[in-house]
Write a protein that binds this ligand. Structure first.
Ligand SMILES: *[C@@H]1O[C@H](CO)[C@@H](O)[C@H](O)[C@H]1NC(C)=O
Ligand SMILES: *[C@@H]1O[C@H](CO)[C@@H](O)[C@H](O)[C@H]1NC(C)=O
Ligand SMILES: *[C@@H]1O[C@H](CO)[C@@H](O)[C@H](O)[C@H]1NC(C)=O
Ligand SMILES: *[C@@H]1O[C@H](CO)[C@@H](O)[C@H](O)[C@H]1NC(C)=O
Ligand SMILES: *[C@@H]1O[C@H](CO)[C@@H](O)[C@H](O)[C@H]1NC(C)=O
Ligand SMILES: *[C@@H]1O[C@H](CO)[C@@H](O)[C@H](O)[C@H]1NC(C)=O
Ligand SMILES: *[C@@H]1O[C@H](CO)[C@@H](O)[C@H](O)[C@H]1NC(C)=O
Ligand SMILES: *[C@@H]1O[C@H](CO)[C@@H](O)[C@H](O)[C@H]1NC(C)=O
Length: 805
């Protein structure tokens, strides 16, 4: 068990530390502002305190990993939770004679936790078989309940028998109540006092007739023997009776370890605190037991009725379950006492009683099962401690709940009680507390001896070193720091308040208060700064401690450094370029918010190179090829219309007209005497280039080839190159143009005509052929018919050839 918890704690610490490393940010660091060890460890569960003796120039309160990075290894106070089970006995399966049944485990634990760091304790609950049950039957014996009483006498034995099927360890008791024997509750006319109704007994407040016992026959006898009484007003004095029945432990015979059930049976309402005034009773109920030998409540007429919360308090203290068995007309009133999220009377239930009590046995049985099938955990933690319960009950899903229902004997449920100290109580006596976690209505409990870690061990009185030499014998040394006696202050109490006023000295550690502008004392430029921006209100700009009027700046992790009279300067908050302070150490260094650039560099972030040497094109030896300006060692190329030069030296121009286009017209007019310039001799002479004609045209490396088609559809080509020796563009053109062979038009025309004629002839021939064939066929047909006609005129007469037509 113990090992398991240690493992859980370790895992928690590791994850907490890892997640902290990820997102730690000085601005959101909850630790660094804490000046004492106890403030530190109560501020945040991740803060630790460095107890190292001597000069520790960082924050003493910080995340643990940062402290150890800063050289504080084994001197860190970082308390971890400790959990020790003190009593952890097995749950009982069955109630036995010789030992008390145990239904909750563990029974007692010691828990030491620091604020805001929750710790989960697992609590297991199991109902033991044959758990003792004490049932006390409290009955309203006003006249209207006469039939109920008779019924109860009949059913008493059956009640005992039925309950014994649930538990073999069952006891039964009986008491009755009427009301306070004063006006206006009861008629105080002499005859009425003796016999309020015919055949009635004298009225009384509460009487215990039968102590809890196993003898059911005795119960039946006692109920039968008890006489009905009577009173005046409708509400009865039942609360007096409940109070006595609960608190008179010995008289009623409640056992220490048992399920205590108080059945309250009535058909009317109840009087409660304050009602006693009607009868002239002003003394409040004291919640004590006042029964005389005969079991009669003696303070009935001197003490007021108890309040509902008084009853609730006693119910909780004595773990009694009240069952209100009331008639249907009263049911709603009593249900309100018993139901709801936090019922007015803890652990109580209400059931509907028939007006002759005939269902009393099943009612009690049902309500008993209702009570015992649920377990609800409660605790008496104070405001400083928050306990949240989680359980999966009998299902698989864990959720926040303090109550599990539907349990049977033998079922075991586990609750996880998450205990968190939300803040340290002011009173240090409350740093150790005993907290009870208990199932409602049962005597079992888990006792938690809670120890809150609200101060550091090094702050304990016996660890303090008063008048320590380290503190110049002017203060108490504890947890690595001096807490100075009156009149002294400073890290080692070296400052004396008699010599100076500490408040004033602290003021002199505030940047904003320094308005003296004395050039002799310091660098005038710096002083001027402090006069201009002098509205910082934090001591040592919040980045150091004030010691005897002078700031001692906190050290920072390299390469950062805080300096300045008020720690107002640092060498990391200068302009950055590419994430590097002052463009990196080879460009410049940061001093008090401004970059001091090395010789070659300039601009606020030292990103600008002074020299122009990187702008000169080594090929042309010109700065940016005269097409741009050199800024911070880089060419800024100009744009002229469509021409946008780029490249390190502005040597490229992807958007420019190509050089071929530029030279084309000159080549045309000078070499081939064609093109737009050839018409105007002046324009041709003004060409910026002088192309050289050649018949041997070949392109070699370093030369650019240009090819165009001239107006006469001939191809002409030329090449150009940059001549380094003379610094000119050399254009060399081919003397001749490549013209395509001319086409023989006549041949084509004749060919076409001949072709057309031939096709025409062919068509004519085909036509002639087709008509000839057709004619021949027609003629053959005609010949045939003529022959037939001849034949007809010979044999059958002149009409026959007509018919065939
Ligand atoms: C601690 O700081 C004081 C004042 O800055 C200095 O005089 C002393 O030498 C330091 N002690 C150590 C051990 O560094
Ligand atoms: C209860 O019963 C379980 C299993 O039936 C057994 O392991 C356990 O030891 C028993 N506990 C006691 C206290 O007898
Ligand atoms: C019980 O009460 C109901 C209504 O409250 C009534 O109708 C019925 O007669 C009563 N029964 C007895 C036996 O008094
Ligand atoms: C709390 O209890 C522990 C031991 O359990 C004890 O050492 C400590 O002094 C107690 N603290 C207070 C404030 O009483
Ligand atoms: C809780 O109840 C227990 C037992 O009655 C008591 O000793 C303890 O002081 C209570 N705790 C608080 C915080 O009231
Ligand atoms: C210093 O400045 C604070 C706030 O600006 C002001 O309240 C205080 O009086 C000043 N102290 C001195 C000594 O000037
Ligand atoms: C300091 O004062 C000036 C002018 O009074 C103001 O503009 C500036 O924001 C202040 N700075 C701070 C840090 O308060
Ligand atoms: C800041 O100063 C410290 C100490 O002089 C030095 O080590 C560090 O490199 C400096 N950091 C920067 C960014 O200049």
């Amino acid at each position: 068990m113990n090992k398991f918890y240690t493992l859980v704690i370790l895992l928690y610490l590791i994850t907490a530390t890892v997640s902290q490393i990820k997102n730690d940010d000085l601005n959101s660091n909850p630790c660094t502002s804490k000046e004492t060890c106890s403030d530190c460890i109560t501020a945040n569960p991740q803060c630790g305190w460095c107890m190292k003796r001597g000069n520790f120039s960082y924050h003493r309160c910080d995340f643990v990993h940062r402290l150890s990075d800063q050289g504080c290894f084994d001197q860190i106070f970082y308390p971890t939770p400790s959990f020790t089970p003190l009593l952890n006995e097995d749950l009982s399966n069955k109630t036995s004679e010789d030992s008390d049944p145990i239904q909750l485990r563990p029974q007692r634990v010691h828990l030491k936790i620091r604020p805001n760091l929750p710790y989960s304790v697992h609590v297991q609950f199991k109902q033991a078989l044959d758990y003792p049950v004490d049932l006390y039957y409290l009955m309203d014996l006003s006249k209207s309940m006469e039939d109920d009483k008779e019924k109860l006498a009949q059913l008493g034995n059956q009640l005992a028998v039925n309950m014994r099927t649930i538990t073999s360890n069952f006891r039964l008791g009986f008491g009755s109540f009427v009301d306070k024997v004063v006006m206006p509750y009861v008629s105080t006319v002499r005859e009425k006092l003796d016999e309020p109704c015919t055949g009635c007994a004298a009225p009384y407040g509460f009487r215990n007739h039968m102590k809890l016992d196993t003898d059911a026959n005795d119960f039946v006898r006692k109920v039968a023997d008890t006489q009905i009484s009577g009173n005046l007003d409708a509400p009865e004095g039942g609360f007096d009776a409940i109070m006595q029945a609960i608190v008179c432990k010995n008289e009623i015979g409640w056992r220490e370890k048992s399920r205590k059930m108080l059945v309250f049976s009535t058909d009317s309402g109840f009087h409660y605190a304050g009602d006693g005034k009607l009868g002239g009773i002003v003394k409040p109920n004291d919640g004590d037991c006042h029964l005389d030998r005969s079991g009669l409540y003696t303070e009935s007429t001197t003490q007021d009725y108890p309040s509902i919360s008084q009853i609730n308090h006693k119910v909780k203290e004595h773990h009694v379950n009240v069952i209100f068995a009331v008639t249907s007309n009263q049911y709603d009133i009593y249900r309100q006492l018993a139901e709801g999220q936090s019922p007015l009377i803890e652990g109580s239930t209400a059931g509907k009683l028939e007006n002759d009590s005939s269902n009393i046995v099943t009612l009690i049985q049902d309500e008993y099962l209702k009570i015992t099938s649920a377990v609800e955990l409660k605790d008496n933690a104070t405001d400083n401690v928050k306990i949240t319960y989680y359980s999966s009950c009998l299902s698989q899903k864990k959720e926040e709940t303090k109550i599990c229902r539907g349990l049977r004997v033998g079922n075991s449920v586990t609750f996880e009680a998450k205990i968190e100290v939300t803040s340290c109580p002011r009173n240090r006596n409350e740093w150790n507390q005993t907290i009870l976690i208990y199932p409602v209505g049962l005597n079992d409990a888990l006792i938690i001896d809670l120890e809150m870690i609200c101060e550091c061990d090094c702050e304990k009185p016996w660890n303090e070193q008063p008048y320590s030499p380290y503190c110049e014998r002017r203060g108490t040394y504890e947890c690595g720091i001096c807490s100075c006696n009156d009149n002294f202050y400073g890290r080692r109490c070296e400052c004396d308040a008699k010599e100076a006023n500490p408040a004033e000295e602290e003021q002199s550690c505030i940047h904003g208060n320094d308005t003296k502008c004395d050039a002799k004392e310091a660098n005038p430029a710096e002083e001027e700064q402090s006069c201009i921006h002098g509205n910082d209100t934090k001591v040592c700009s919040g980045r150091g401690v004030c010691r005897c009027g002078e700031c001692e700046c906190y050290k920072r992790e390299a390469p950062e450094e805080v300096t300045g009279k008020y720690c107002e300067c640092d060498n990391f908050s200068c302009d950055r370029n590419d994430g590097k302070v002052c463009s990196g150490p080879d460009h410049g260094k940061c001093e008090c918010g401004t970059c001091l650039c090395n010789d070659e560099w300039t601009k606020a972030d030292c990103s600008c190179k002074k020299s122009n040497e990187d702008c000169v094109d080594p090929r042309t030896n010109k700065e940016c090829n005269n097409r741009g300006n050199c800024k911070c060692g880089q060419c800024q190329c100009e744009a002229k219309g469509d021409e946008q030069y780029t490249g390190q030296y502005c040597e490229d121009c992807p958007t420019c007209k190509s050089q071929c286009e530029i030279y084309k017209e000159c080549v045309q007019c000078r070499i081939h005497q064609s093109g737009p310039l050839s018409e105007d001799a002046d324009a041709c002479n003004q060409c910026t280039i002088n192309p050289i004609g050649t018949s041997e045209f070949e392109v070699t490396e370093g030369e650019q080839l240009c090819v165009f088609i001239d107006d006469d559809d001939c191809k002409f080509q030329f090449k150009y190159k940059y001549d380094e020796t003379e610094d000119i563009i050399l254009v060399i053109a081919q003397n001749t143009k490549d013209c395509p062979e001319p086409v023989d038009v006549l041949a084509i025309v004749i060919g076409v005509i001949v072709g057309i004629v031939l096709i025409g002839l062919a068509l004519l021939l085909i036509w002639k052929l087709l008509t000839t064939i057709h004619d021949r066929r027609e003629f053959a047909k005609f010949e045939k018919e003529r022959m037939m006609a001849k034949w007809d005129t010979v044999c059958t007469g002149a009409l026959a050839p007509l018919q065939t037509l």
